[in-house]
Design a protein around this ligand. Structure first.
Ligand code: GLA
Length: 669
């Protein structure tokens, strides 16, 4: 199970570090930084992400002295650098001389200088400047011994996933011409016979800017595809420069895989990233935020195709950008970090190394807090460094799951479009609800794209797979015939790639597999709760579904659909296909998942644990397994194990106690 993606050059074991912004600090602080990094066991830092204006204070005039020194000192201390292209935020001179590179919102507002990421990614001029800066960086530091990895831009699309500028309009037209070839084909795909929307030439086409009413949905879906592709195209162009100058150094950019990031189809980016890096921030208001964290980590592993990946950013404690920013409790930062490692991250990094003194992020926690060394945060930073050193043998081992959840960005975009049966459907909430049911049962899952190889999975869940191609629907059907339990949920298979309804009854693409036919949706009002025949509540969605071979597993006990099926099951080949045509309560969902998992023969990784104890295994090529047990609950958990506990270095045999809030990693024998 050797990793097939490259790793930061010269970094041994688990990567540990953070974003390092030395340009914010005087020299004496930078000197102390290197000392403290050594004390904490840091081996990789991301440098110069937002340093463009410092490195090129005036067009064509560079000041590299400070960065040369930083690179040298880090190198001498044995700390490697993920060096940025420094292009994440254009300097004021650039936007002043060329305001035409600024991004524009849907309603025509120009987003100005003064924050960050103030560029229209489709602007040819901006791209030219970014390419030039990237080449300058590559040529200056390409041979530097501290250089281990290239960090392209930063969180591409974070603040401006969609730009509606004239540059975007031009690029969108080119993208559409490539996709459709002729304007007739586009008219057909967009269904422009509706509302007098027929286009005579590609020149007439615009991004879906603010309009008197709903812009064309196919246009909106294509604009989402285009916007994701456009950011990727920018990444590729910068990466190609880096590859040309420094073919020996791998390249990445920090993705934002989480339940909150909708607009970048990261599965389609995967092949272009030498290694996958993700940023994740805990949702402070969620008392069980560790579940969303785990889902994001599983998603990062999915994008990495199962290879080790790097958590490029998370926080040591509170962030500054949520409505109420919560400091992490005892053990929480360690558990968060180890949950990522358990799910395939072989690198744990933070935003940021030293907490800023000025600027918008001064109240965001860091590895070195305002309070300095005599703080819990610093103690935790040092302790995590030791822990990750002890976990070096885990590097390269893999997570193996028998359950797959299909995640599909176009379905996320499409299912949440306007003018639908309900405006309350949130694709990411559906994902998280199902994921939570598996979490509570202690069953590990892979998060996979719709075109993944499904052959190794016993249970495959596709929540709200709204837009689906025939071949992908067929792959799910084949998996069921070959023995898997396949679960499809409401508002799946409804439209083709162009957002045209599949006629003849819902859920179009899955009607034959599921052996059902829905004639009409019955969306439920806010707070309208109906009941299933087992007494459990369900909300949001119901539909009038005919059984056409399938059996009813649950039926409606009340409301206008009383007696009609709400959950169905059809035996097909060696497996079965389940249809969940509503949104069951969390409890009902869990019992349904339990039933389906039993049919699939899938069991928890460690049976009998408290629901807030996370247990995940990583499997090494030599047969060694590493069991991560993270106790998020407030009571001690006894686990039956045999092997060595790596964090304490003690032998663990028989009943081993993982204390409330604590974590353990057992090398099993
Ligand atoms: C993102 C950015 C960082 C920083 C953090 C704060 O992840 O990449 O520069 O702003 O958010 O949480």
């Amino acid at each position: 199970m050797t990793a097939s993606r490259p790793w930061p050059v010269g970094v041994e074991g688990i990567v540990y570090g953070g974003d390092y912004n030395p340009e914010q600090w005087p020299r004496e602080v930078r000197l102390e930084d290197v000392e403290l990094m050594r004390e904490a066991g840091v081996n990789l830092v991301s440098v110069a992400i937002f340093a463009w204006a410092t490195l090129e204070p005036r067009e064509g005039e560079y000041d590299f002295a400070w960065l040369d020194e930083v690179m040298d000192r880090l190198g001498e201390a044995g700390i490697k650098v993920a060096l940025a292209t420094a292009t994440a935020s254009p300097p004021p001179w650039l936007t002043r001389h060329h305001p035409e590179i600024l991004p524009v919102t849907e309603d025509g507002t120009v987003l100005g200088q003064g924050g960050r990421q103030s560029y229209a990614v489709s602007s040819p001029l901006f791209r030219e400047y970014a390419l030039r800066m990237t080449r300058v960086m590559a040529e200056r530091y390409g041979e530097h011994p501290a250089l281990a990895l290239w960090h392209v831009d930063n969180e591409l699309g974070c603040h401006v996933p969609h730009d509606y500028s004239d540059h975007a309009a031009v690029a969108f037209r080119t993208w559409l011409e490539r996709r459709y070839g002729t304007i007739e084909a586009l008219n057909e795909a967009w269904g422009t016979a509706f509302w007098s929307q027929r286009y005579d030439t590609f020149h007439e086409i615009l991004p879906p800017r603010a309009a008197p009413t709903y812009p064309n949905p196919s246009q909106q879906l294509d604009f989402a595809r285009f916007s994701s592709d456009e950011l990727l195209t920018h990444y590729r162009a910068l990466r190609d420069v880096l590859r040309e100058v420094t073919p020996q150094i791998p390249t990445t950019t920090n993705l934002m895989l989480s339940s909150a990031t909708k607009w970048m189809d990261y599965f389609s980016w995967a092949d272009d990233l030498d290694l996958v890096a993700n940023d994740h921030y805990l949702i402070a208001a969620d008392p069980r935020g560790q579940i969303e964290l785990a889902m994001a980590a599983d998603l990062a592993r999915g994008v990495a195709g199962g290879d080790p990946w790097i958590l490029m950013e998370h926080s040591t404690s509170a962030v500054n950008w949520q409505p109420r920013n919560r400091a992490k409790g005892p053990g929480e930062m360690l558990r968060n970090s180890l949950s990522h490692v358990a799910r395939g991250a072989d690198g744990i990094m933070f935003f940021q190394w030293r907490q800023s003194k000025a600027g918008a992020e001064k109240f965001h926690s860091a590895m070195v807090p305002h309070g300095g060394r005599d703080t819990d945060v610093w103690q935790n930073t040092v302790a995590l460094g030791r822990t990750l050193e002890a976990l070096a043998p885990v590097h390269g081992s893999r997570v193996l799951s028998r359950v797959a959840i299909v995640v599909d960005y176009p379905s996320w975009w499409g299912s949440e479009l306007d003018s639908h049966p309900t405006q309350s459907l949130r694709y990411n909430e559906e994902l998280l609800r199902w994921y939570t049911a598996f979490w509570d049962l202690g069953i590990g899952v892979d998060m996979v794209p719709v075109d993944a190889d499904l052959s190794g999975y016993e249970l495959i869940l596709a929540p709200t797979l709204y837009t689906v191609r025939d071949e992908d629907a067929e792959r799910l059907a084949a998996a069921a015939r070959d023995g898997a339990q396949v679960v499809i949920t409401f508002f799946s298979g409804i439209v083709d790639e162009n957002d045209h309804v599949r006629l003849g009854g819902y859920p179009g693409a899955f009607r034959d597999l599921l052996e059902v036919r829905t004639e009409e949706f019955y969306a439920l009002q806010e707070d309208e709760v109906r009941h299933l025949d087992d007494g459990s509540p369900a909300d949001l969605w119901s539909e009038k579904t005919h059984l056409e071979g399938a059996e009813a597993v649950r039926t409606w006990a009340d409301g206008p659909l009383r007696g009609w099926p709400a959950v169905t099951r059809a035996v097909t080949g060696e497996g079965a296909a389940w249809y969940v045509a509503t949104r069951p309560s969390a409890e009902a969902l869990e019992s349904l998942v339990e039933e389906i998992a039993a049919a699939a023969g899938v069991e928890p990784s460690v049976p009998g644990l408290h629901r807030d104890v996370e247990a995940v295994r990583r499997f090494a090529e030599d047969g060694t397994t590493y069991l991560f047990v993270l106790n998020h609950s407030d009571r001690d958990q006894v686990v039956q194990v045999s092997g060595q506990e790596l964090l304490s270095g003690t032998d663990a045999g028989g009943a081993f106690t993982v204390h409330a809030g604590a974590a353990a990693v057992i090398r099993e024998s």
